[in-house]
Design a protein around this ligand. Structure first.
Ligand code: PNS
Length: 165
């Protein structure tokens, strides 16, 4: 790693990754030298995930494999400890609506309190992705809704296998 590398962390549960996440990750990759997508092993607030950590990492890895400056890792520590270990200068997340704001403001305050040197950067969701959420996609998949334009082909296939009735 060159000392001048500007590294950002794109953290999340990614259960599963959606085109909304991938939009934010891709935009972050255009702003920083390196982006590390950090897939949380056990999300403290969200409970059990539908997909295993390995599956969630694989879905993100396959979706970003053509983007040269993106890597995917998992973490089980405080997010800021992981970010510090990687030498990151920023945590980048997407913001869709007011409903995201309260949660993200709290995460930002928690993270900043622990690591004031790491900036949190929020990218406003692109309009075409502003309604997509992992939970919404899972709900649609459960009831046979159309999800092919919300997630990658691989994720759509696994969602249908896992949840389809
Ligand atoms: O948007 P998500 O998927 O709920 O984000 C998950 C994560 C880990 C990025 C978010 O919970 C966060 O920023 N947490 C900060 C506090 C922390 O480090 N908790 C330990 C890991 S859950």
């Amino acid at each position: 790693m060159a000392p001048s590398n500007r590294i950002a962390i794109c953290p999340g549960t990614f259960d599963p990754v959606t085109y909304g996440h991938l939009d934010v990750i891709g935009r972050a990759a255009g702003m920083f030298d390196e982006v590390v997508v950090a897939v949380v092993h056990v999300p403290w607030r969200k409970g059990k995930t539908l997909f295993s950590t390995e599956e969630r990492v694989e879905f993100v890895s396959n979706a970003t494999s053509l983007m040269g400056n993106i890597s995917v890792e998992t973490f089980s520590t405080l997010l800021v400890d992981f970010a510090r270990e990687r030498g990151a200068l920023a945590i980048v997340k997407g913001l869709r609506a007011i409903s995201d704001f309260e949660y993200e403001l709290e995460m930002h305050q928690l993270n900043r309190r622990q690591a004031p040197e790491i900036e949190s950067v929020y990218l406003m969701a692109s309009p075409k992705y502003s309604f997509i959420s992992s939970s919404g996609v899972k709900e649609l998949a459960t009831f046979g809704g159309e999800i092919d334009d919300l997630v990658t082909e691989e994720v759509a296939r696994h969602l249908k296998e896992r949840l389809g009735r």
